[in-house]
Design a protein around this ligand. Structure first.
Ligand code: ZN
Length: 91
């Protein structure tokens, strides 16, 4: 089954977490669910800490691809929001 793999980038780090990677067949519904604090324990505690998030990137694929991405780690290397950093003296 093909769905959407999505990477959420937190506006501030929560402990060591800066991202949440998930998989869904209905991204809009899933994101709305996260906004209400349901569906993912990590996002519930992040929200309770007053931290928000941005949808940084999506992929299309099966749930197995989400698991593979999670296993590989390195979410910040895949995150366009983390990749863009001001480089002083190099404009
Ligand atoms: Zn990021």
């Amino acid at each position: 089954m093909t769905g959407t793999i999505y990477l959420l980038h937190f506006t501030q780090p929560y402990k060591h977490a800066r991202h949440y990677l998930g998989w869904t067949t209905d991204l809009d519904a899933r994101l709305a669910e996260h906004q209400t604090g349901h569906g993912a324990r990590l996002l519930a505690v992040v929200k309770a800490a007053g931290i928000g998030w941005t949808l940084a990137r999506t992929w299309t694929g099966p749930r197995a691809r989400e698991r593979a991405l999670k296993r590989q780690g390195g979410a910040s290397r895949r995150c366009p929001l983390c990749g863009v950093r001001p480089r002083l003296g190099h404009r």
